[in-house]
Ligand binder design. Structure first.
Ligand code: SAM
Length: 309
């Protein structure tokens, strides 16, 4: 338990919102505040460095509280874990693209897509939960996103052939999951395990995993139906194979139109890859507190086969 508690101190990751500012401007702001720019993992207080993998991400020491920082209040920076910045980078919709976020609220990844697209193109953002969708609306307007259309509807009920949606080329799917990779919850799990080892709870959670995995698979299979879609990113903040590699394997078995995008397109320099599914683990991304100083996370990217079978 002690080692898990130590892991709770993840670095403070700061995503630069390119719709309002630049990485250099943010670095200059922190330098004026007395921060020293360093070249690798900011460990000492008042240090800041560029992330090694993501060009729009900065890394500060754990427990740096920026909730009252003027750049956070203005929407210039967004406090987002590194791993949860992977899906938008992996999907990589170019400026002008037609994109859709299927399970979007509260909107961190939607606003990241808009940032990478330079506010050019269009993003439909779906969510079932009205209250969370309102939060998305607030967060994305604060971030100066101008291309997002929030829609209060189940992603599974969208007609992929409807006029607007038939043009969608990029889909980000970050569906509800067990959340078992979130560090603050890992900590809770350890405490719970210390207190009881009730077998009934085990069964309940495996039923829940099964239910979640079914929903996650349905989301991917629905995304496959969009006639113009080229790429689909699928992500969870779960550490369970059942919600990750297993869902991807089932999805691949159900289509002859889509395949996994190769490692060369999916953060090639990131060394923590998926767990074995046939010979395709290398195309998948995993992240974990112990090896990567992030929350537990999983990302896969599907692409339409260039010549459908
Ligand atoms: N991508 C979001 C972000 O980065 O801020 C987090 C998404 S959260 C993991 C999953 C979301 O899926 C929840 O907001 C939930 O309300 C929504 N959801 C669940 N079932 C859905 C469905 N059938 N259609 C659309 N959204 C759904």
């Amino acid at each position: 338990p002690e080692s898990v508690r130590q892991l709770v101190a993840l670095p403070r990751y700061v995503r630069v919102n390119l719709l309002r500012t630049t990485v250099d401007k943010v670095l200059r702001h922190f330098a004026k505040d007395g921060y020293a720019l360093c070249s690798h993992a900011a460990a000492r207080a008042k240090t800041i460095c560029r992330d090694r993998h993501l060009s729009d991400l900065l890394v500060l020491p754990p427990n740096t509280d920026l909730h009252a920082h003027p750049l956070y209040l203005s929407g210039d920076i967004i406090l987002q874990d590194k791993a949860s910045c992977f899906p938008a980078h992996v999907l990589a919709p170019p400026p002008g693209a037609m994109a859709l976020d299927g399970c979007a609220a509260p909107g961190n990844k939607t606003s990241h897509l808009a940032s990478l697209m330079g506010n050019q193109g269009r993003i439909w953002a779906f969510d079932l939960d009205a209250r969370r969708l309102e939060l998305l609306q607030r967060m994305t307007s604060k971030a100066n996103c101008q291309i997002i259309t929030p829609v209060h509807q189940s992603f599974l009920e969208i007609d992929p052939t409807a006029k607007d949606y038939a043009r969608v080329e990029y889909i980000l799917l970050d569906p509800s999951c067990s959340g078992s990779g979130i560090v603050s919850r890992l900590d809770q799990l350890v405490e719970q395990a210390e207190q009881d080892d009730d077998a009934g709870k085990e069964t309940a959670s495996s039923d829940r995993l099964e239910q979640l995995a079914r929903f996650q698979l349905e989301c991917i299979q629905h995304a496959f139906k969009f006639p113009s879609v080229k790429r689909i990113s699928y992500s969870t903040c779960s550490i369970h194979r059942q919600e990750n590699e297993e869902v991807v394997r089932e999805a691949l078995l159900s289509t002859d139109q889509f395949e996994l995008a190769p490692r060369s397109h999916v953060l090639p320099d990131w060394t923590h890859r998926g767990e074995a599914i046939e010979d395709q683990a290398d195309a998948l991304i995993r992240a974990s507190p112990a090896s990567d100083h992030t929350n537990g996370f999983f990302v896969a990217c599907f692409q339409r086969r260039s010549t459908a079978k």
